[in-house]
Design a binder for this molecule. Structure first.
Ligand SMILES: *[C@@H]1O[C@H](CO)[C@@H](O)[C@H](O)[C@H]1NC(C)=O
Length: 444
């Protein structure tokens, strides 16, 4: 008899979950009236979705009087200003000043990356979703980032900094393989770990649901694997990775070779190329050998071809020799294996969107944008990379992995499109439905 009661309780929960999936905006707090019953959710954004503030010290030397005079226009009383994202930097002269201040430097003496001399940076609102809602809060209507997703999560009864949290980071920095200093990235993982523990403690010891977008998924996987299995079992309920570029992207080779206009036609990609090359996390996203086989050329020029096995030679040939040493010592060993963390994972990815697969450069070299042959993916990340874990973990007995593919959903529309938000919410509801059935069981 006890058994049949449990079954019907589970059935009811599933029916509710389906309702919520159908009408995610209409069902406010249908699942749990008491939001303390929900598993806490922590959002880990993708690269460009983070906000970065900067302050210049006396040590700073601007490249031109122009930058000193006109950028930034607004600072607070302590000199802090918005470095990323600020719509103003899309104006050409400001783009250069911006790029100059965003640039990272690899310092061989300390074997780590650091800011440009005289530039201090910080990420504000760690712990809250506040900084993840819009790319530039001064232009909300055109720069929405996680706002639609956060709104839908809140309709389930979640509240910011009570059981819903955000974990922004300085996305220019990445992580390095074992034995290499990585001050900014390791500090972030420490803070994220602390946030997870705090979130759980504040919610009756319930483990947390981690929801990442893009690069955030790579940080999250590293965080999990750098903590003991017992810690993961205690604190992590589930990891939902949206659009994670597990195996890197061909698009990243385009960024390194010719710059990436940030999706804005006004921006000359060559103005931001140096800054983009300097970013450690960009190097982390170079195509990985397991997903991009040696016999497949990714970049073709008039006198050479490059596969994922030729990244060092590629970096040299595009004129970025400085990148070779950090790539070979810090990045290659880091991406050699994607270790299964043995906590349940759901990957939600878009497909069927034209995604750069091979880049053809002519006689003019890398300063001229290449001809692009497109393949399957989410517009930014190739399908082989989005689905990398399926193949990589096919023999892992203790790894629960679910993959949801959404046709025609791009790398960023996954956070905005009604259908994909409904799917993400459905997943969060399903994970939460555990809690009501187990509390019902224990109260029987
Ligand atoms: C975690 O909680 C402690 C104690 O309340 C607090 O000092 C710390 O700042 C919190 N850290 C994070 C990352 O939330």
């Amino acid at each position: 008899m006890g058994v049949s009661t449990v079954v019907s309780a589970a059935t009811v929960t599933m029916a509710i979950a389906t309702m919520v999936a159908v009408a995610p905006y209409a069902c406010r707090a249908t699942v749990h009236d008491d939001h303390h019953q929900l598993y806490p959710v922590i959002l880990i954004p993708g690269a460009g979705g983070n906000q970065l503030e900067a302050r210049l010290t006396a040590e700073y030397k601007a490249t031109s009087w122009w930058c000193n005079r006109f950028y930034p226009l607004k600072k607070d009383e302590d000199g802090w200003f918005r470095l990323w994202f600020d719509i103003g930097v899309l104006l050409a002269p400001l783009t250069e000043c911006f790029a100059d201040r965003m640039t990272l430097y690899y310092d061989p003496e300390i074997d780590d990356y650091r800011n440009a001399p005289g530039v201090e940076t910080r990420v504000s609102h760690f712990g809250s979703t506040e900084s993840l809602l819009y790319l530039d809060p001064s232009f909300k209507h055109i720069s929405s980032y996680m706002e639609p997703l956060v709104e839908s999560i809140q309709q389930l009864g979640y509240k910011d900094t009570e059981n819903l949290f955000g974990a922004p980071y300085d996305f220019r920095y990445g992580l390095a393989s074992e034995g290499h200093p990585c001050d900014v990235g390791s500090t972030y993982l420490q803070n994220l770990k602390q946030l997870i523990e705090n979130a759980s403690n504040a919610n009756g010891g319930n483990p947390v649901i981690l929801v990442s977008h893009s690069l955030g998924g790579l940080f999250t996987l590293e965080l999990l694997n750098r903590n003991p299995l017992s810690w993961r079992k205690q604190y992590i309920k589930h990891f939902i990775a949206l659009s994670a570029p597990w195996g890197g992207t061909v698009n990243e080779m385009l960024t390194f070779a010719s710059g990436n206009s940030l999706g804005v036609p006004l921006v000359n990609p060559l103005l931001v190329r140096n800054e983009q090359r300097s970013s450690e996390s960009n190097l982390w996203l170079m195509p990985r050998r397991k997903q991009f086989p040696q016999e497949t050329p990714l970049v073709v020029t008039s006198d050479s071809t490059y596969s994922s096995f030729d990244i060092s030679r590629f970096l040299e040939d595009i004129g970025f020799e400085e990148g070779v040493h950090p790539y070979e010592t810090r990045i290659l060993p880091l991406v050699e294996e994607l270790v299964a963390p043995r906590v349940p994972i759901t990957c939600i990815v878009g497909n069927g969107v034209l995604t750069p697969e091979t880049l053809y450069y002519g006689e003019e070299g890398f300063d001229k944008q290449p001809e692009i042959v497109y393949g399957d993916g989410d517009g930014t990340v190739n399908i082989a990379s989005l689905l990398a874990l399926v193949d990589e973990w096919k023999d892992e007995k203790d790894q629960k992995l679910k993959v949801i593919e959404l046709a025609g959903i791009s790398h960023t529309s996954i956070l905005k499109d009604d259908k994909s938000i409904a799917r993400i919410i459905d997943e969060i509801v399903t994970i939460n439905s555990d809690i009501s059935s187990s509390s019902l069981v224990s109260s029987l």
